[in-house]
Design a protein around this ligand. Structure first.
Ligand SMILES: Cc1cc2nc3c(=O)[nH]c(=O)nc-3n(C[C@H](O)[C@H](O)[C@H](O)COP(=O)(O)OP(=O)(O)OC[C@H]3O[C@@H](n4cnc5c(N)ncnc54)[C@H](O)[C@@H]3O)c2cc1C
Length: 315
């Protein structure tokens, strides 16, 4: 079932990290928080699925005027379309289904996710990203996951916003919470940033479990200009030295696993450099892809205006 990107971590993970799971990561919720988390996890190559259905905060906004990058604002359905397209482009599955429960696998490794449409999928890690809903996490509740609050004079139980740490990790190993949380409460762009942070924490932990040394496990997703790469960092031996300098005292620097992971890390770092031609190719593709999300009539209308302007200029 897993379809994720490069499969780097999944294929390298030694026993004990839920080897036969359908997914490396299941994200519950396809709003700004969940989509951001999924983009980072899937771009790294983790087999990722996003489940999205049910009560949405974003669908209650009339129109978003403060999500940077959209100078005249963006309507909610267009933003959903862009976010979901990005999730798919990154290599994640997007499944229109409501998650009803998340339980521990019988062997204590990973989770089983149960849905409204009767799906049961297994996953190594879960990211909760549902601003209003946390009930599906009740099977994992250790007594501190929910809190009682007063609302309109009535007492209500709700998911405790202070339950996750600032990077989204929780006392339940493998469970992360992007939303709801104290750190992403009221604005969509903050929820998106929080999701990104949690997605990166998932990647970091997957890399640790795979065997990358602590000081190399942290991952940041940068694309760099080939023209800016100097001779020193074009040399694989320089990278090997850099990596070995970060080894723990007990590491076997000639061991197969150390060497395999080091070479994969170097491949990944070198692949982040792209040429000017590639930048140009990606620029055109990126702009065409944006057009897919603009109303066809508006695209044609603008094209006719541009055409008329160029005729005028050339007259
Ligand atoms: C009336 C109103 C107006 C607002 N206006 C603005 C504004 O102008 N600007 C601004 O920045 N913010 C605004 N907000 C806040 C903004 O909507 C939220 O901050 C943001 O949407 C939170 O993103 P999220 O991803 O955490 O949650 P959500 O946007 O709620 O996304 C969660 C997603 O998960 C899905 N889901 C829920 N439960 C499940 C489940 N069990 N299984 C699977 N999927 C599930 C939902 O369908 C939804 O798509 C407004 C909110 C409201 C209520």
């Amino acid at each position: 079932m897993a379809t994720g990107g490069t499969g780097d971590v999944a294929s390298e993970t030694p026993g004990g990290d839920g080897e036969d799971a359908d997914y490396d990561v299941v994200v519950v919720g396809g709003g700004p928080a969940g989509c951001s988390a999924a983009v980072f996890a899937a771009r790294y190559g983790l087999a990722t699925a996003v489940f999205d259905r049910g009560r949405s905060s974003m669908r209650q906004c009339a129109y978003l005027e403060n999500y940077p990058g959209f100078p005249a604002g963006v309507d909610v359905e267009t933003l959903y379309g862009l976010l979901h397209d990005h999730v798919a482009e990154a290599g994640s599955e997007l499944i229109a289904d409501l998650v009803e429960s998340v339980t521990r696998e019988e062997d204590g490794q990973g989770f089983v996710v149960g849905t409204q449409d009767g799906r049961r999928v297994s996953t190594r890690r879960v990211v909760a990203a549902t601003r209003y809903d946390g009930d599906y996490l009740r099977p994992l509740d250790d007594g501190t996951m929910f809190e009682t609050v007063e609302y309109d004079g009535e007492e209500r139980e709700r998911f405790a916003r202070s339950y996750p740490e600032s990077d989204g990790t929780t006392p339940v190993d493998g469970l992360y919470v992007a939303s709801p949380s104290d750190e992403a409460d009221r604005q969509a762009i903050v929820a998106a940033g929080r999701g990104a942070r949690v997605g990166l924490a998932v990647v970091r932990d997957a890399r640790r479990a795979t065997g990358y040394p602590e000081s190399v496990a942290d991952h940041y997703d940068w694309v760099r200009r080939e023209a800016a790469r100097d001779a020193e960092w074009s040399d694989r031996d320089r990278w090997r030295e850099w990596y070995d300098d970060r080894c723990p005292d007990d590491a076997d620097l000639d061991g197969d696993r150390w060497v395999t992971l080091r070479e994969r890390h170097i491949d990944r770092r070198l692949a982040t450099y792209i040429t000017d031609d590639e930048i140009e190719r990606r620029t055109e593709r990126g702009q065409r892809r944006l057009l897919d999300h603009v109303d066809d009539e508006l695209v044609l209308e603008r094209a006719r205006e541009i055409d008329a302007d160029s005729v005028e200029v050339n007259r």
